[in-house]
Design a protein around this ligand. Sequence first.
Ligand SMILES: [Zn+2]
Ligand SMILES: [Zn+2]
Length: 136
Amino acid sequence: MNEHVHEAMDLTKNQSLVMGALTRSKGPLSAYTILDQLRDNGFRAPLQVYRALDKLVEFGLVHRLESLNAFVACRHPGCDGDNTIAFMICEKCGQVNEITDNALAKRLKQLAGDASFALKKTTIELRGICRTCQVA
Ligand SMILES: [Zn+2]
Ligand SMILES: [Zn+2]
């Protein structure tokens, strides 16, 4: 379903370029790293990158990792952006894995509801060492 949304969406040139940089990257990228990569494509100011990122996040194509102040392309088909999203972030290699879990999402909604808290979105960031780095 995510693919259809992607196709139907008319991304601007800048949005496509930022999306491309994030899709090519193995790990999350900061806005400044994206700016550096796209200088040859006419990007001059951080604001241009931030504007594109804002929209891509809004579309659910990109997620923001608060603890890293960085952005990652959504690699989770069926992820609709405003649900509960969890990331496992390896502190050694910087690899980020996106996971979703319905039971976890349900429980958090319950807790918010119990506190009469109007929940908008949930982003959970798990920090640790990935399997590959544990072996190395
Ligand atoms: Zn996602
Ligand atoms: Zn790792």
